[in-house]
Design a protein around this ligand. Structure first.
Ligand code: MN3
Length: 252
């Protein structure tokens, strides 16, 4: 017990200082929610911290540019983390004491302040998104996920077409998702920073995210301006299919 506590504090301190090795995120074989709990949580006083980006800002060039990555991660994602901590600090301590993970927040998100919903979503979604991409990646899906994509969408090309369509048609700011629920794949989009883990009527498809694409303008405007289609096209060159397959294979 005492050792666990010491390890927890040590790990929290390491997270706060951002000293966790980049490869520890890239090499995760855990389901998405477990990954988030291990990498982006929690000091003793319920403070969320910004996890280290698993690659350099320019690592996804030329598909996703350095300046977009730098601002997206160090300004936007950081702001979601800071504002989540502020929103939790402003809440009733008796409610906050029952929250020890993003999962806890998503499970009762309909009863929490909108600032917690938006910023917890922003924190999870971006952490997930960074890990869904990798330099010199792209190509075609692998493993069990490849089989499931072919079974659900007839072919990878057809899957890409449908996912692109979902991402293109999301009006305004939001996300496109590939989701697994008891081994069944489906896709959807969500508004703002909502995601498929949130217990909300407005989230049509619920389950474990396997792949995510941020379609907020801040994700592409510097490089692609209003051309969301060009950005979605670029995304396919940086998808880490091995990581997506690991999440799919490990999901319950
Ligand atoms: Mn974003």
């Amino acid at each position: 017990m005492e050792n666990n506590r010491r390890d927890f504090i040590k790990k929290s301190a390491a997270l706060a200082l951002g000293t966790i090795a980049a490869t520890s995120i890239v090499n995760k074989t855990l389901a998405a929610t477990e990954f988030i709990e291990k990498e982006s949580i929690l000091t003793e006083d319920v403070k969320f911290v910004l996890p280290k980006l698993p690659y350099e800002y320019d690592a996804l060039e030329p598909h996703i540019d350095k300046m977009t990555m730098e601002i997206h991660y160090s300004k936007h994602h950081q702001a979601y983390v800071d504002n989540l901590n502020k929103a939790l600090a402003a809440m009733d301590a008796n409610v906050v004491k029952n929250i020890s993970s993003l999962d806890d927040i998503f499970a009762m998100v309909d009863k929490l302040p909108i600032a917690v919903r938006n910023n917890a979503g922003g924190h999870y979604n971006h952490t997930f998104f960074w890990s869904a991409m990798k330099p010199k990646a792209g190509g075609i899906p692998t493993g069990k996920l490849a089989e499931a994509i072919n079974a659900s969408f007839t072919s990878f090309e057809e899957f890409k077409k449908q996912f692109t369509d979902v991402a293109t048609k999301r009006f305004g700011s939001g996300w496109a998702w590939l989701v697994t629920n008891k081994g069944k794949l489906s896709m959807c989009s969500t508004a703002n920073q909502d995601n498929p883990l949130m217990k909300l009527d407005s989230v049509e498809i619920k389950g474990t995210p396997v792949l995510a694409l941020d379609v907020w303008e801040h994700a592409y405007y510097l490089k692609n301006q209003n051309r969301r289609g060009d950005y979605i096209h670029s995304f396919w060159n940086v998808v880490d299919w091995q990581h997506a397959d690991q999440i799919f294979t490990n999901a319950k």
